[in-house]
Design a binder for this molecule. Structure first.
Ligand SMILES: Nc1ncnc2c1ncn2[C@@H]1O[C@H](COP(=O)(O)OP(=O)(O)OP(=O)(O)O)[C@@H](O)[C@H]1O
Ligand SMILES: [Mg+2]
Length: 218
């Protein structure tokens, strides 16, 4: 489904954050992504979501070589990926419901279908009364829940979640982990970056551990 071959990533020329990362994510797999703050977890997820390019190595996605795909071809692949960014990235000018509805709109679903799905999911994540609220008026944890809802609503082939439960209490964190598990059992490939070693030990999924620009051998 996704494979990286000896990939390097740099933001500034000559200063590599990831130096040599190779991995294969099989369809329907579930991985945690761990490592200390600043090691490059978000960077690796940015690469996997095709938001950042590799400076070396190759990136394969959905059976295509995505390493040097022209920019205008990227949305086609990105549509298959649900991403929860560490800083949420909700669109400020849209309501909560408008944000969550975006992937369904892009997929061309009817307004009635979209409305029904969004209402149901918002209720499930405890934001049933916040559909018409603007993101700026949400708490951190509420924003995080809305960002997760947007990432999962269209049933993506791949879910990339960056500290998805970092702002949630333990009960809500578990609820979302069970949501990710349910998606995964439906075939979604999941990578969840987390600092939460307790969560990692609670769920028996393999862990990708970043260290000094590389994935540690397990
Ligand atoms: N846009 C950017 N420009 C320059 N350097 C960046 C940029 N984004 C991240 N970096 C650097 O890349 C390194 C890895 O950052 P990244 O955000 O991937 O770490 P992380 O493992 O996700 O950390 P955390 O656990 O704190 O979220 C850091 O040294 C950071 O300063
Ligand atoms: Mg990060």
């Amino acid at each position: 489904m996704i494979a990286l071959e000896h990939v390097a990533v740099e933001y500034l020329p000559g200063k590599e954050i990831l130096t040599d990362v190779s991995l294969e994510l099989k369809r329907g797999s579930f991985h945690f992504l761990a490592g200390p703050s600043g090691v490059g977890k978000s960077t690796l997820l940015a690469l996997l979501s095709l938001q950042h390019r590799a400076s070396r190595g190759r990136v394969h996605m959905f059976g295509e070589d995505a390493t040097n795909l022209p920019r205008n071809e990227l949305p086609r692949l990105r549509r298959r990926i649900g991403m929860v960014r560490q800083d949420y990235r909700l669109l400020d000018h849209l309501t909560v419901a408008g944000n969550v509805a975006l992937p369904l709109k892009v997929a061309g679903e009817s307004p009635e279908e979209i409305d029904g799905k969004v209402k149901e999911l918002l209720a499930w994540i405890g934001l049933g009364d916040y559909g018409d609220t603007m993101p700026a008026a949400l708490s951190g944890g509420q924003k995080q829940r809305a960002a997760i809802a947007r990432a999962v609503i269209a049933n993506p082939d791949v879910l990339l979640a960056d500290e998805p439960t970092g702002n949630l209490d333990s009960e809500l964190s578990l609820r979302f982990m069970y949501l990710f598990e349910a998606l995964n059992q439906g075939g979604t490939t999941v990578v969840s970056a987390t600092h939460d070693e307790q969560m990692i030990s609670l769920f028996n999924y393999p862990v990708l551990r970043l260290k000094e620009g590389k994935l540690a051998q397990l």
